[in-house]
Design a protein around this ligand. Structure first.
Ligand code: SAH
Length: 456
């Protein structure tokens, strides 16, 4: 067994990029030893400098590109790639879509599950789509600065064009930054846990154009808060809600638990499939409204709803899936862990006049078992979990209730593939193709819909 890395920091070598990892890093090998390189794509010949050497692999950076891939997108700002805003933007969009499809294929091969993966459904205009921004605030050269971290670091790079965000959000961040500068509000310092403004969060309704600005602060006190709030609301007429979120801890978690409405409403509104949604500061809301409609209509179509079904919507968030399918089924039961999101979901049912949906606050893995023990008999179960996927208990409880279909909306193909093994073992098969939908263009995130059907 090797105990030491065969390469050392700052060592230089030349090689061909042979693969792209799930994090979008190019793989270059010295003999058999893999080096992961930022902004290097398969087929390219690069001169690499080692930045960090570990026992089984190393990280490197491109010193010089000796041959470009035809898949390289030459028209993108390098900061977008190297900060991790848009780590895949060095690939032309078609190549990004193919990469996402093949990542799912490979992960299913690894777990020995046969599955067809369809071509990724992409966006026509895959930039400027994000309806939400969480922008770190730090002091650079004595000035409060907004931007993004260099990848694998906490070094803030000043940025004004975030490439994948709604351009109106980019503008709003600069406006808020300038107002905070004007009133000399101290930026947060994560090393000493001092300073005040940690993060600026902005959300903008795609259809409503309503904007929410959240100032995440370390301290309860925010100096000159009245002036700051007045200036933000005057400078940005779309702003309907300004909220202070307090996060006193020395932590990487962005939002704290306490929210104070500084001005305006405590939610903003938006629509999805002509349904009204109210969204609070701590609630999850899909970040790409254009592809979300495609994703959900696809999932609903694949469920082939006839009007009489009992449906479970696990990980229901603010109720987007439940409410958009409600008029095609008998009843929907949702479960969600974030209290504010459940409140939003219940209110959203009410404002849309929808009566056949019920939301429970709790852990999906526990609630699924409770439903099974209560002998609930769902016809269809939707699951839309976070990146860590489902738990074995949830899968056992869900399949024990024997729904005809289990529709898995996944934002992480690695956990999807892992969970598929257990779902198949419990008497289900994959029906049709796994369908990737590009919810997150220019990034390495992969969203997909899979239908598991009960074996007969
Ligand atoms: N289906 C919704 C939300 C999907 S995101 C939509 O499309 O908008 C995943 C959701 O799962 C988030 O709202 C998150 O708060 C919630 N969540 C995370 N862990 C959970 C758990 N263990 N039990 C229930 N909900 C959970």
């Amino acid at each position: 067994m090797k105990t030491k890395s065969p390469v050392v920091k700052n060592q230089e070598f030349e090689g061909e990029v042979i693969d792209l990892t799930y994090q979008g890093l190019g793989v270059v090998k010295i003999d058999d030893f893999p080096v992961f390189v930022v902004n290097a794509i398969p087929g390219e010949i690069v001169k690499v400098g080692i930045t960090k050497a570990q026992k089984n692999f190393a990280f490197g950076r491109v010193i010089k590109r000796l041959k470009d891939s035809p898949n390289r997108n030459q028209d993108v700002d390098q900061d977008a790639i190297t900060t991790g805003i848009a780590p895949l933007a060095n690939l032309k969009y078609d190549a990004q879509l193919a990469y996402k499809q093949s990542q799912i294929v490979e992960l299913f091969k690894k777990v020995h599950v046969d599955a067809n993966v369809a071509e990724t459904i992409g966006m026509e205009n895959p930039v400027g789509y994000r309806n939400k921004a969480q922008i770190p605030v730090r002091e650079i050269k004595g000035e409060l600065t907004t931007g993004f971290y260099r990848r694998n670091s906490h070094n803030l790079v000043a940025i004004e064009d975030y490439y994948i965000q709604d351009p109106e959000i980019d503008k709003a961040i600069v406006v808020v930054r300038d107002i905070l500068r004007k009133y000399h509000v101290p930026a947060y310092d994560e090393f000493t846990n001092q300073g005040v403004i940690r993060t600026i969060m902005v959300r903008r309704g795609y259809y409503s154009h309503e904007m929410m600005v959240v100032l995440v602060t370390r301290t309860k006190k925010l100096q000159l808060v009245d002036e700051i709030v007045r200036e933000i609301s005057e400078a940005l007429p779309e702003v309907k809600s300004i909220i202070q979120n307090i996060n006193p801890d020395k932590t990487n978690v962005i939002m704290g638990r306490e929210n104070n409405v500084l001005w305006g409403a405590k939610i903003i509104k938006d629509t999805l499939f002509d349904k009204q949604f109210e969204i609070g500061p701590l609630s999850f809301y899909q970040v790409n409204p254009q592809t979300t409609e495609r994703l959900y209509s696809l999932a609903a179509d694949k469920a082939n709803l006839q009007g009489d079904e009992l449906v479970i919507d696990a990980y229901s968030g603010i109720g987007t899936i439940s409410l958009t399918i409600a008029d095609r089924v008998r009843e929907v039961m949702g479960v969600e862990i974030v209290e504010g999101a459940v409140e939003d979901a219940k209110r959203n049912a009410k404002i849309n006049g929808i009566k056949n949906v019920h939301f429970t606050l709790g852990k999906a893995e526990e609630q699924m078992v409770a439903w099974q023990e209560a002998e609930v008999q769902p016809d269809v179960i939707f699951v839309d979990p976070p990146r860590k996927g489902l738990t074995p208990e949830l899968i056992d409880a869900a399949t024990a209730m024997a729904p005809a279909k289990l529709i898995y909306i996944s934002c992480n193909p690695a956990t999807l593939a892992r969970d598929a093994v257990q779902i198949l073992a419990n008497g289900y098969h994959i029906s049709g193709d796994i369908q990737p939908v590009d919810q997150f263009p220019q990034t390495t995130h992969i969203e997909s819909v899979t239908v598991f059907e009960k074996d007969v």
